[in-house]
Structures are given as structure tokens and as C-alpha cells.
Ligand binder design. Structure first.
Ligand code: NDP
Length: 258
């Protein structure tokens, strides 16, 4: 623990996957505000460079793409993690955030799109989680935060593969805890409700969906990405050292009401 503040992340190295925009970017900035050093990740060099500039000095080696790799490619993941550890030091916090959503009725859902969703939302959590955890285990500590979803608990029409992938992320979080907690790692998940990002831009622009969401959500509105940061900082910090295998839903109350 650094200092007397259990939430202080001073000097800790955090990798946030899918952090060029949206929730990943907000979480990277939130962890940086709590003192962490940040490695961003994504597939678009320009977007990563822009994000690095916006985060500023906390960002490790901004602009030259230390975290430029595709999380669905296990060889690229292993090479990427090895390079980060060699050039920036041990990863102490991993946020598995990269994810996509594809919408189509399940009876029409193309097989290759199913695979793309599973590769991005589920396989990547295993690939990056394993590559980082095998380095954390000998060191005896580490924090892994997987980004699950409201859809880890409840389905909606046209996104069944997304729902299946996020349900699996919830259980993979518990499986990681079962294998790695004894080695001093804490593995938990955050389940966001509806947040305004590129991922759901079409929904956000649909007045009917917007009205439904505001009525359905006890808080009466969309979430703001910054509202996920407190939970991430808690799960990344020593304040949560005996919290393991949990999913914390940050959803304005959606899951609490019918
Ligand atoms: P965005 O579409 O805004 O951002 C997705 C990020 O993931 C981008 O930075 C993208 O960068 C990156 N990414 C996608 N595929 C890959 C890949 N193969 N390798 C590396 N990076 C990748 O989405 P959100 O911010 O909304 O979503 C982030 C996470 O939060 C997802 O897991 C999503 O399922 C989850 N979530 C979102 C909710 C919401 O309401 N927005 C609700 C519940 C969960 P690039 O394309 O440059 O690689």
C-alpha cells in the first residue's frame, strides 16, 4: 500500500485494454487521477496517440504505441505484454475492457459475427488475463478488473451473442478467482448499465429507446462514463484486498427493479 490512503495507486502500472475511447479511456483517466501510470491499448495508433495526449504525463510512453495490439490475437497479446513489462515495468493492474456489440436477431446472426463477438469480448479476457496473471503470480500480487455488463444478468432482443459473452465474462471472473486468488491476486468485474459511448450510439440517438431507458432505469438517465471510475479505483486499490470473484453492477439501479 502506498501512503495511508488505501485508494492511492501512486506509481502502480495499469494496462487498460480498449482504452482509445469510451469506457476504457474514462477508466484509464480515472486510474491516472488516482496516481497510476497508464498503458493504453487498442488497434488504431492515431486514436491511441490522441488518448495518450489527453491523459498526459501519467501515460507511459505516449504516442509510440506500447499498447498497440489486437487483444483477440494470443501471439500479439503475449508479445505486447512482454514488451510492456520489459519497457515500463511489472503490470500491477489490468482492466480487461475491450469489447464490441453486434445487433441482429439470433436466427439471422452470421456465424463469423458470432465468432468476432466471442473473440473480442470473451477470448481476449482469457488471453490478456492469462498473459498478465502468469507474471503477477510469481510476484504474489495483482489486480484484474474485467468489464462485464448488465447483460451478464439479463438478455435483450438482438444481442444474444453479446449477452452470452458477458455472462461468460462473469463466470470467467469467478474461475480466475478460483485459480489465482491463492497466489495473492484479486480478480473482480464491473457490470456497467447503459453508458453513452460509440458502442451504443444508434440506441442513444433513438428517441424511443432513450424514453424506454429513462423509464426503465430507477436513476432516470444514461450513465456517464466517469461514474465508473470510483468502482475501478476501489477494485484496483488495496481497499479491496479481500474482495474477490465479485461483479459490481454500476447501472443506476436497472437490475434492482422489474
Ligand atoms: P467503444 O466502442 O466506445 O470502445 C471500445 C474500445 O475497445 C475501443 O477503444 C476499441 O479500440 C477497443 N477494441 C475493440 N476491439 C479491440 C481489439 N480486438 N483489440 C484491442 N482493442 C479493441 O465501447 P465502450 O466504451 O462502450 O465499451 C467498453 C466495454 O464496456 C466493452 O467491453 C463493453 O461491452 C462494455 N460495456 C459497455 C456498456 C455501454 O453502455 N457502453 C455497457 C456495459 C458494458 P480500437 O477499435 O481502436 O481497437
Amino acid at each position: 500500500m502506498s501512503g495511508t490512503n488505501a485508494f492511492n495507486l501512486a506509481g502502480r502500472l495499469a494496462l487498460v485494454t480498449g482504452s482509445s475511447q469510451g469506457i476504457g479511456f474514462a477508466l484509464a483517466r480515472g486510474l491516472a487521477d488516482a496516481g497510476a501510470r497508464i498503458v493504453l491499448n487498442g488497434r488504431r495508433p492515431d486514436a491511441l496517440a490522441d488518448a495518450a495526449v489527453r491523459i498526459g504525463a501519467a501515460c507511459v510512453a505516449p504516442g509510440y504505441g506500447l499498447g498497440l495490439f489486437d487483444v483477440t490475437d494470443p501471439d500479439a497479446v503475449e508479445a505486447g505484454i512482454a514488451r510492456i513489462e520489459q519497457e515500463a515495468g511489472p503490470i500491477e493492474i489490468l482492466v480487461n475492457n475491450a469489447g464490441i456489440q453486434r445487433r441482429q436477431p439470433l436466427d439471422e446472426f452470421p456465424v463469423e459475427t458470432w465468432r468476432e463477438v466471442m473473440r473480442t469480448n470473451l477470448d481476449s479476457v482469457f488471453f490478456v488475463g492469462q498473459a498478465v496473471a502468469k507474471r503477477m503470480i510469481p510476484r504474489g500480487h495483482g489486480k484484474i478488473i474485467n468489464i462485464a455488463s448488465l447483460q451478464s444478468e439479463a438478455a435483450r432482443s438482438t444481442i444474444a451473442p453479446y449477452t452470452a459473452s458477458k455472462g461468460a465474462v462473469k463466470m470467467l471472473t469467478k474461475g480466475m478467482c478460483a485459480d489465482w486468488a491463492r497466489h495473492g491476486l484479486q480478480i473482480n468485474a464491473i457490470g456497467p448499465g447503459y453508458f453513452e459511448t460509440e458502442l451504443n450510439r444508434k440506441l442513444r440517438d433513438d428517441p424511443e429507446f432513450h424514453a424506454w431507458l429513462c423509464k426503465r432505469t430507477p436513476a432516470g438517465r444514461w450513465g456517464k462514463v466517469e461514474e465508473l471510475c470510483g468502482t475501478a479505483v476501489f477494485l484496483a486499490s488495496s481497499a479491496s484486498d479481500f474482495v474477490n470473484g465479485q461483479v459490481i453492477y454500476v447501472d443506476g439501479g436497472v437490475l434492482s427493479v422489474l
